[in-house]
Design a protein. Structure first.
Lengths: 512, 210
């Protein structure tokens, strides 16, 4: 029986373990270690992220009210999360009133089943797809394929990734890890009937994709999309894109199935005036993206005459139950944080093992899918995949404090799975830091500054401290001075106190 | 049995009970309600359109037919489509074939057109964006999407300064398409390529006194 019936709130579940694309098969440091050896990848990524950074700074800098827009965007999203039940019901009511059908999915597995059933009901065995993070997250293509339904990705980058049997590595430009020569090779090998003299000029490569997909757009009866925004007040859905593949998919087929995370709802149509400024400028660094489509249910004589909206939870409610962590749900998937992140720039998107890479991925993924779902859960390494430099916070159009969320997740990880020694070390640090006098003494004694200034570094620390040392160099403190402090009365007292506090906590936990 | 709907809504209520939220007022201190003189809006809008590599043809309303004929000739468009509600006077100077769109023409049927001429609902100068809303003089969405050339007539009186001013003029229930230049991709090494799936050429005829 659900605790809901007793009037007792129950913690909502994460995305079920072993489903979808929210967990890699190894931890970030191991994955990043291999990716870092790929010089081609690093050079592609370095060039791409620097290009887009400059563009973003240019177009955000030209708006004198950029900060005010960020404030509004942040508040609208926070307000949305606070009123999520009523807004989703309002959205459902308005979509239904305009001829659409709304479905609810507890998790990715259920969403996949709903979409597959809806496709089968049309009699079609293929679908065209608009680039969508939500369907990538739940592994929709793989599920459809297992049932004999072919999903054609129509975004150029998604097509490159799909044809190469690869995985996306960036939210906005999923094939950012590939250069033009690699893309040419993929097209020559995988596109049926492609001109064998195709060269590596981007315009020619895009032309080859246009010719290949044209026939799919004209003949496929069902499209699957995600949504950037869903307006509760009017039931309007919106997709923001560049190439026109989105318009094709949203306009030409008979049936449209849209999968939308429940956090994508916005209260008012007017709110678009904020997000249509924040998103393109943060995302592609353009004043406006080439195409945005907005549709409300079904319009007789224009576009798909059957419209389904699938509202997806898949761990979003679990994130919402975390007072600090829920801020990650405000993300509008612009990818600005990826492009400014020194860790992402070097490790690339694949190292994160999730549909959502980069700084936002490092906070969103563990919240959607958990980080203690298995022994040595790869997701437990994500909060450490950051130098906490804060560039992501500055770049975020809705002001998500990603560094604080990372620290909170590190704390949760330590609380949940840290061994006694690690917890003890944390407590000791806490005990010292909370007493200014002791802290000053400790600082002085350990000569931390001097230690950092030297080039002495510790090798990888043994478990349980490798969570720290796997992702950074640990400076070696001068041995004598720290020991001297530890041996002093002050040091001993701090450790005793930490130990006692730790024992109390343990007893409390055990008594639960 | 509990439905997925009840479960998800129940989970959200549980989440908000476990971590109660504070009311968050929305500050809207960003710029709204701006008005610029005609010349300034025209200059700003033109600058943005050119930046997107759209063609811009300013003219007075009485020259609409001549300018449209000239643009279509330059583009080599001998067969064009028009929405049912387009002013027939606009094409009196054009000597090519004009096909009026209708709902029962399947989308592939639009592929034989060299181009399409439509009106527009609203535009935004600051971002160089044209809004189509499916009104009779703009037609269904497929019409302005499938042909490779889109010639769009914009009256300067419908060009707003910024995004908030433009959004305020929209009718939410209408199928709305925002167009900012021709289709483009930056998916290959972030190098911008104009023209992927939508019309590869966008020509904007701005009527400065309409």
């Amino acid at each position: 029986m659900s605790a809901t019936f007793l009037g007792m709130p129950a913690t909502p579940p994460r995305s079920p373990y072993g489903t979808g694309n929210l967990r890699g098969d190894r931890k970030f440091p191991a994955a990043a270690h291999d990716e870092l050896r790929n010089e081609q990848l690093r050079s592609n990524l370095g060039r791409a992220t620097h290009t887009i950074r400059a563009k973003r700074l240019h177009v955000t800098g030209e708006l004198p009210d950029w900060e005010e827009l960020r404030d509004a965007g942040s508040a609208i999203k926070t307000d949305t999360m606070n009123r999520l039940p009523e807004l989703l019901e309002e959205l459902e009511r308005n979509v239904t009133a305009r001829g659409g059908t709304v479905h609810w999915a507890r998790d990715g597995v259920e969403a996949n089943e709903i979409v597959a059933r809806l496709v089968r009901e049309t009699g079609s065995d293929e679908v065209i797809k608009v680039k969508s993070m939500a369907t990538q997250e739940i592994g929709l293509n793989e599920h459809l394929e297992s049932l004999g339904i072919t999903a054609h990705e129509t975004d150029l980058a998604e097509l490159i990734v799909q044809l190469a049997h690869d995985k996306p590595s960036h939210i906005l430009v999923p094939a950012i890890h590939r250069n033009r020569d690699e893309i040419r090779e993929i097209f020559l090998k995988e596109i049926p009937g492609v001109d064998p003299s195709l060269d590596n000029v981007p315009a020619h490569l895009a032309g080859a994709a246009r010719a290949y997909l044209r026939e799919k757009f004209m003949t496929t009866k069902v499209a699957v999309s995600g949504a950037n925004f869903g307006i509760a007040e009017t039931g309007t859905l919106s997709v923001v894109e560049s190439e026109g593949n989105g318009r094709m998919c949203l306009t030409l087929p008979d049936t449209l199935i849209t999968v939308m995370g429940i956090e994508k709802v916005l209260p008012r149509y007017q709110d678009l005036e904020v997000f249509l400024q924040l998103l393109p400028r943060s995302s592609t660094g353009e004043r406006m993206n080439p195409y945005t489509s907005m549709w409300t249910g079904v319009t007789p004589g224009d576009g798909p005459q059957t419209f389904h909206l699938v509202l997806l939870d898949n761990g979003r409610t679990a994130a919402l139950a975390d007072r600090i962590g829920r801020e990650a749900l405000n993300c509008i998937r612009c990818s600005a944080c990826l492009n400014v992140c020194p860790v992402y720039e070097r490790a690339g998107g694949h190292a994160y093992g999730s549909t959502y890479p980069g700084p936002i991925g490092a906070v969103l993924t563990p919240q959607l899918a958990g980080m203690h779902a298995a022994k040595d859960d790869p997701n437990s390494s994500l909060p450490y995949a950051s130098s906490l430099c804060g560039a992501c916070f500055d770049a975020c159009p809705v002001k998500i404090d990603i560094p604080s969320l990372l620290v909170e997740l590190r704390h949760q990880h330590t609380e949940q799975s840290g061994t006694t020694a690690e917890k003890l070390a944390m407590k000791a640090a806490g005990a010292v830091m909370s007493r200014p006098k002791v802290y000053t003494a400790a600082q002085k004694a350990s000569r931390l500054g001097r230690a950092l200034a030297r080039d002495g570094k510790l090798p990888a620390l043994p478990p349980p401290l490798n969570g720290w040392s796997d992702s950074r160099d640990t400076p070696a403190p001068p041995k004598q001075s720290f020991r001297a402090w530890l041996a002093s009365a002050e040091g001993a007292a701090a450790m005793r106190e930490a130990s006692a506090e730790h024992t109390r906590d343990q007893q409390q936990e055990d008594g639960k | 049995m509990t439905t997925a709907r009840e479960t998800v809504l129940g989970r959200i209520r549980d989440a908000l009970a476990l971590a109660p939220a504070e009311d968050t007022p929305v500050p809207r201190a960003y710029r709204t309600g701006r008005t610029f003189p005609d010349e300034e809006r025209l200059a700003l809008f033109t600058d943005r359109l050119v930046d997107y590599k759209a063609q811009v043809h300013p003219c007075t309303a009485d020259r609409t037919a001549q300018v449209l004929a000239e643009v279509l000739r330059q583009q080599g468009a001998t067969r064009i489509g028009v929405p049912q509600g387009l002013d027939p006077a606009w094409l009196t100077a054009y000597d090519g074939e004009v096909r009026q769109d209708s709902e029962d023409i399947p989308a592939p049927g639009l592929d034989v057109l060299d181009g399409v001429v439509t009106a527009s609902a609203v535009s935004c100068a600051e971002t160089g964006t044209i809004f189509l809303d499916g009104s009779p003089d703009q037609g269904r969405r497929a019409l302005s999407l499938v042909p490779d050339l889109h010639v769009c007539v914009v009256d300067l009186s419908t060009v707003e300064v910024g995004v908030p001013e433009a959004v305020a003029r929209l009718v939410p229930e209408r199928p709305t398409t925002l167009i900012s230049g021709p289709s483009a991709t930056s998916d290959i090494e972030l190098e911008r390529v104009e023209g992927v799936h939508g019309p590869r050429t966008l020509a904007v005829v701005i009527r400065t006194d309409a």
